[in-house]
Design a protein around this ligand. Structure first.
Ligand code: GLU
Length: 435
């Protein structure tokens, strides 16, 4: 029998249903970029520069499967830019990943790093594979060969990958080892999101969820709402969703719904999140059959009457088809791109405050930055120090973006793009174009 790989199955979401848009993610990103460029009156040449990725690499990855047969997979790495520093961004394994999606996600990383003021450019990688169909050793061979094909691209001063959808710290460990074997020295700083024992950072695993909660609390305080008086619905119970739910629960919020691939679980009195986390651990990483809650769908969860909605599953979950039915006051985008560009105006008209992905989920890359710094110094911080610095950077980023939104009277999403693009464009102007 095939041995199931260690990849976290909760983070793998199926294609959205037919009622949802499958907007081109690159087009979605460009729509928002264009709008911010207009607000900033960005020079046309700089616009062109920032609209085009610096480098796009597509590789074939042959893998000898356990059966002895060779299968060939396609892998991608897109460097969107390296104006602020080496490029940074995760690698996702998914059967439907494609170059268009990776290009959009790479650009998002550029804006994300700029929003939280970490000195990185943006990149993203992907392999077109369903990792759940691979054994652990097939997954290792795939990862090592992908890394070998990217030896010229990756590097601690050049391009630094990290986990993303369906990739985890074991996969990062293989990337680190393959790169190190080829350079004949241990290069921990070539990848982040590694296990703590081999140069990972304390707090990295929880960082994205922790960051989501920091900015959610900041938004609640702007609205005059107390965290212990609000209701929260969380879509997705993977790394980001479960940590966000847990930390909001610790703040005294009532978590009225959670969900994963098996569907949604609703209890208007509030779900005991530590219990749900224990249940998932003991139930093959799934909420399936979770007692004490009414079963709903992932789509119904989005439309619940709640104060805060945290979509932490995958992209394209809120589109013009269901945006009109969203009742939350605040949406904190734990996932990348859970709201399509054509739903932005509808949500704004309803007065919903959307904390955009490039701000809300930037806690992950922020602690990736801390990990990289620690690896390069060979000096490791306590979890308390990591969390304190993360909270400060996320809080500052929220305040900066909020300030821009007030200055231009625009949404937080537009403000985050304006802040980020302004920063990258100003740096680019100073560096100039090398001829
Ligand atoms: N994949 C994560 C993201 O989308 C983390 C990237 C990183 O840490 O480099 O932000």
């Amino acid at each position: 029998m095939r041995k199931k790989s260690s990849v976290d199955s909760k983070s793998y979401y199926k294609e959205p249903g037919p009622q949802f848009d499958k907007e081109s993610p690159f087009e979605s990103m460009m729509q928002r970029f264009r709008l911010a460029a207009e607000i900033l009156k960005l020079d046309d040449g700089l616009f062109q520069y920032l609209a085009s990725p610096v480098k796009q690499v597509i590789v074939s990855i042959p893998v000898v499967m356990d059966s002895g047969k060779i299968e060939v997979f396609e892998g991608y790495r897109v460097i969107h830019d390296n104006v602020l520093g080496p490029s940074k961004g995760g690698i996702r394994y998914a059967p439907d990943v494609n170059i268009d999606e990776v290009k959009a996600l790479a650009a998002w990383m550029t804006w994300k790093c700029a929003v939280v003021n970490v000195p990185f450019g943006g990149a993203k990688g992907g392999v077109r594979v369903n990792p759940h169909e691979l054994s652990q050793s097939e997954l290792e061979r795939l990862t090592r060969r992908y890394t070998a094909n990217m030896l010229e691209v990756f590097g601690p001063d050049k391009d630094i990958p990290a986990p993303d959808m369906n990739t985890n710290e074991q996969i990062m460990a293989w990337i680190m080892d393959t790169y190190s074997m080829n350079s004949q020295r241990t290069e921990t700083a070539v990848v982040t999101g590694k296990p703590v024992i081999l140069g990972g950072s304390q707090g990295r695993k929880e960082a994205t969820g922790r960051g989501v909660v920091t900015v959610t609390l900041a938004a609640l305080s702007k609205m005059g709402l107390m965290p212990n008086k609000v209701s929260v619905a969380v879509q997705g119970f993977g790394n980001v969703g479960s940590v966000s739910a847990q930390l909001m629960y610790e703040q005294g919020a009532s978590i009225i719904a959670i969900s994963d691939l098996s569907g949604g679980y609703y209890n208007k009195e509030g779900i005991n999140i530590p219990e749900a986390m224990k249940y998932v651990k003991e139930n093959k990483n799934s909420l399936e059959g979770y007692p004490g809650a009414e079963k709903i769908t992932n789509e119904e969860l989005l439309e619940l009457d709640c104060d805060v909605l945290i979509p932490a599953a995958k992209e394209d979950q809120i589109s013009r088809h269901n945006a009109g039915r969203i009742k939350a006051k605040i949406i904190a985008e734990g996932a990348n791109g859970p709201v399509t560009a054509n739903a932005d105006t509808m949500l704004d008209e309803k007065g919903i405050m959307v904390i955009p992905d490039i701000l809300a989920n930037a806690g992950g890359v922020t602690v990736s930055y801390f990990e990289w710094v620690q690896d390069r110094q060979g000096y490791f911080w306590t979890e308390e120090r990591v969390n304190r610095r993360l909270n400060r950077m996320m809080r500052d980023a929220f305040d900066n973006v909020y300030g821009v939104s007030e200055k231009y009277k625009i949404t937080l999403r537009q403000a985050a793009y304006v802040y980020a693009i302004d920063k990258v464009a100003t740096t680019l102007k100073m560096r100039g174009i090398y001829a």
